[in-house]
Design a protein around this ligand. Structure first.
Ligand code: AMP
Length: 424
C-alpha cells in the first residue's frame, strides 16, 4: 500500500517523499481513507505509530476544499476574515508543540496556516499569531478556553475536531474543559478521537463526542510496541540509583529516559546521578516551559546523558532514536507503563525498557502484567541482588480516595502549580 493509493493529493505525496516516508504505517493505512471519507473515528494507537500523520495528512487535504462559508461568499472572499476550521486538542504543552510541528511539516506546500496555543507562557504572542488568521489550531484545553473567553478564538466554524491522547486528557481531569469546548463547536462536524488505550471511559466519551464512528484498533489490546524489549530487575529500593548509574556507565548508554513518580523524586535522582558521573537533568511540571524545553534540547543534542521525567512531563516527547527507557519506579497507573515504554522503539526501531522493581512494587508489576497480558521474567542484576533477609516492605493498598488524590497529583503536575504529597 502506498500513500498515493490511500488517496492523498500530490503536494502531500511530494512532502512525504522529501521526508522519506516510504510506506504508510498500519494506523495511516486504516485511518487516512476513513478521515478522507469524512467519517468520525475512534482510534486506538500509541505515540510512535505514526498517528499524528494519520490524522494530519487527511485533515489538511479536507481543508484544501473550500469551506461552506467560502463557497457562500466566494464573490467577497477577499473581504472575509479567515475562520478556524480545525481544532486539535492535546493534553500537554509538549504534545501540542510536537503535533503543531508535524502540522507545519506536512502543510509545508499548502496555503494553510496553523497556530499553537498552550498555557504556562505569555498569551500575547499566541493572540498575535491567531489574529493574523489561521485555519488550524493545536491547543491544550485550558489555554484554548482562555483565548475563547478573550474573543481571540472563535469555534463556531470548526469543521473537524481532533482529540489526541484522549485517555490522558481524561486522566488529567480535563472533562470539564472538554464539555465547555463542546458547547462552542458546531454539532455538525467531523470528530476524531485518538487514544493510546481503550477503556470504558473512552467508549463513554466517544459516545458523547462522535457520531457513528469507525473504530480502528492498532496492535493488540493495550499492548506496548512490539519492538521494545522489556526487562525487569528486582532490586532493593535503596540500591536502584546505584544500579542505574552503573548500568548507564558500564554499558556506555546515551540518551536514557528515566521515569519517577514524583517531581521531587525526579529532581533528587537527577542530582544524585550527576554526582555519580552521569550528567542528568529532570523535567516536570514545576519547571517553566522554557526550562523544560532547554533541558529537552540538551538531551536531544546529547549534552545530557539521562533525562528524568514524571509521567505528565514526558507525555508527547518525541525524541528520535531513543533507545533506552528506565522505570526507576513503576507507575501507580498501569496504563502509564505502556505510555512510558512507548517512548522507545519508535517508528520501527528497537528499544530497551528496563524496570527496576523493589519488593514493595510487586503488586504494581502484577497490574502491569494483567493489562499487557505478559508474564515478565524477573531477574537480579549481578552485584545488585536484593537482600532477601530484609523485612519485606508491605505495599500500601490504595483506597479509592487515595487513587483520586494521585490522579489530582498527576493533573497538578501538568500545570506546575501544585504540591505533590510525599509518599512514604
Ligand atoms: P507519531 O506516532 O505520530 O508520534 O510518529 C512517530 C514518528 O514516526 C515521527 O518521528 C514521525 O516523523 C515518524 N513517521 C510517521 N509516519 C511515518 C512513515 N510512514 N514512515 C516513516 N516515519 C514515519
Amino acid at each position: 500500500m502506498s500513500f498515493l493509493e490511500l488517496g492523498l493529493v500530490e503536494p502531500l505525496i511530494n512532502t512525504l517523499r522529501d521526508l522519506e516516508y516510504k510506506v504508510p504505517t498500519p494506523i495511516q493505512v486504516q485511518a487516512i481513507p476513513v478521515i478522507l471519507g469524512s467519517h468520525d473515528l475512534l482510534a486506538r494507537a500509541q505515540t510512535g505509530t505514526g498517528k499524528t500523520a494519520a490524522f494530519t495528512l487527511p485533515l489538511l487535504q479536507l481543508l484544501m476544499q473550500p469551506s461552506q462559508q467560502d463557497t457562500a461568499t466566494s464573490t467577497t472572499s477577499a473581504l472575509i476574515e479567515k475562520n478556524i476550521r480545525a481544532l486539535i486538542l492535546t493534553p500537554t504543552r509538549e504534545l501540542a508543540q510536537q503535533v503543531h510541528k508535524s502540522v507545519e511539516r506536512y502543510s509545508r506546500d499548502l496555503p494553510l496556516v496553523s497556530a499553537l496555543a498552550y498555557g504556562g507562557v505569555s498569551l500575547n504572542p499566541q493572540i498575535a499569531a491567531i489574529e493574523k488568521g489561521v485555519d488550524i489550531i493545536v491547543a491544550t484545553p485550558g489555554r484554548l478556553l482562555d483565548l475563547v473567553s478573550k474573543g481571540t478564538v472563535k469555534l463556531d466554524e470548526i469543521e473537524c475536531l481532533v482529540f489526541d491522547e484522549a485517555d490522558r486528557m481524561l486522566d488529567m481531569g480535563f472533562m470539564g474543559e472538554i464539555n465547555r469546548i463542546l458547547k462552542r463547536v458546531p454539532t455538525q462536524r467531523q470528530t476524531l478521537l485518538f487514544s493510546a488505550t481503550f477503556s470504558d471511559e473512552i467508549y463513554a466519551l466517544s459516545k458523547t463526542l462522535t457520531s457513528s464512528p469507525k473504530i480502528i484498533e492498532i496492535g493488540e489490546k493495550n499492548t506496548a510496541a512490539t519492538e521494545v524489549e522489556q526487562v525487569i530487575y528486582n532490586v532493593d529500593a535503596d540500591k536502584k540509583r546505584e544500579l542505574l548509574s552503573y548500568m548507564i556507565g558500564s554499558k556506555n548508554w546515551h540518551q536514557v529516559l528515566v521515569f519517577t513518580r514524583t517531581k521531587q523524586g525526579a529532581d533528587l535522582l537527577a542530582k544524585e546521578m550527576t554526582k555519580d558521573g552521569v550528567k542528568t537533568k529532570a523535567i516536570h511540571g514545576d519547571k517553566s516551559q522554557g526550562a523544560r524545553e532547554k533541558e529537552l534540547q540538551e538531551f536531544k543534542d546529547g549534552n545530557t546523558r539521562a533525562l528524568v521525567a514524571t509521567d505528565v512531563a514526558a507525555r508527547g516527547l518525541d525524541i528520535e532514536q531513543l533507545n533506552y527507557v528506565v522505570n526507576f519506579e513503576l507507575p501507580y497507573n498501569a496504563e502509564d507503563y505502556i505510555h512510558r515504554i512507548g517512548r522507545t522503539g519508535r517508528a520501527g526501531q528497537k528499544g530497551l525498557a528496563i524496570s527496576l522493581v523493589s519488593s514493595d512494587e510487586n503488586y504494581l508489576l502484577e497490574e502491569i502484567e494483567a493489562i499487557t497480558d505478559i508474564k515478565f521474567m524477573q531477574q537480579w542484576y549481578p552485584g545488585f541482588e536484593p537482600d532477601l533477609n530484609k523485612p519485606e516492605k508491605r505495599p500500601r493498598k490504595h483506597s479509592k480516595g487515595a487513587q483520586k488524590k494521585r490522579a489530582r497529583e498527576r493533573a497538578l503536575d501538568k500545570s506546575g502549580s501544585g504540591r505533590v504529597t510525599k509518599r512514604k
